[in-house]
Design a protein around this ligand. Sequence first.
Ligand SMILES: [Zn+2]
Length: 307
Amino acid sequence: MKDKIKGISLTWLSKVDLSNLNSGEGGSNYIDVKKFKANNIDYPYVSGQAMRHYIKSAIRRLGAEGCILNEKGEGCRDIQSCIICDLFGFMSPKAKSGAETRISPVKVSPAIGLYPLDENITVDFLTRKKYKGEKYIGDIVHVELAHNLYRCGISIDIRRVSAEEIPNSSEAKIELKEYGGIDQAKIRIKLLLRALLYLTEASKQSRLLTDFTPDFLVITFQKHFSNRIQKALSIQEYEKLDLVRFESIINDLKFDDNIIIVGMLPNTIREEQKIKKILEESDIPIFSPKKAIEESVKLLEKIEISR
Ligand SMILES: [Zn+2]
């Protein structure tokens, strides 16, 4: 490959059983599922902010040094030593000069539920005991729980990992300031990729134990930073991928000589043989989701990334 890799993009589907991964506004005795409307039908979603929180927690669980927010809601802002501030950026208000800001080189999508909510939901309840007067009284709290297939994605702007673009206004150009170089950037991107296999911090886990890691995963190593792959996975009906769209986007990305790796857990979606045929025709290897991430990590060690 002559051109250097400028971006890595991932999109994936994750099938979850009854869960309330991200609560809406609800009320004190009613915990709803965060939802949006499309064509006047409700669908559940998990906000991009919650997804970022889950990924950051997974990175720390892998043993990486990374700050948490202080009581003012600020991180350490040390790009050199903190993987969290490096990958996810920050915005910290500063007296007189506005804010100290780092735009996140890692972009995270909300996780979008692909099935209508009203066909896949129940309302459970739990009791919350309070001591009042001389006795305990029980409060009933209702919790919406939904089954769904979620689509999520991240996109990594490699040029700005462990580096920062600084505008030089006197010479009217942008300069790149390094905070650890390409070797450190690769180490951090590898941790980020592996963290996607360990997303365990979603809400309500004490009662609902959800596996929210990728079941069907497409990873692209791209010569141009773009988010095109995020539109590859859409559902036509229950467990049925829109294969025409999938093939069209895969072909466009292959046309640009990007490298594509796929991970697939059997029986996540129907028509697996047709999906395999589309991928084999484009010489795209298919692994399990775990192996696909490990193959991406190996590839990242070998390739040249762009600065
Ligand atoms: Zn930090």
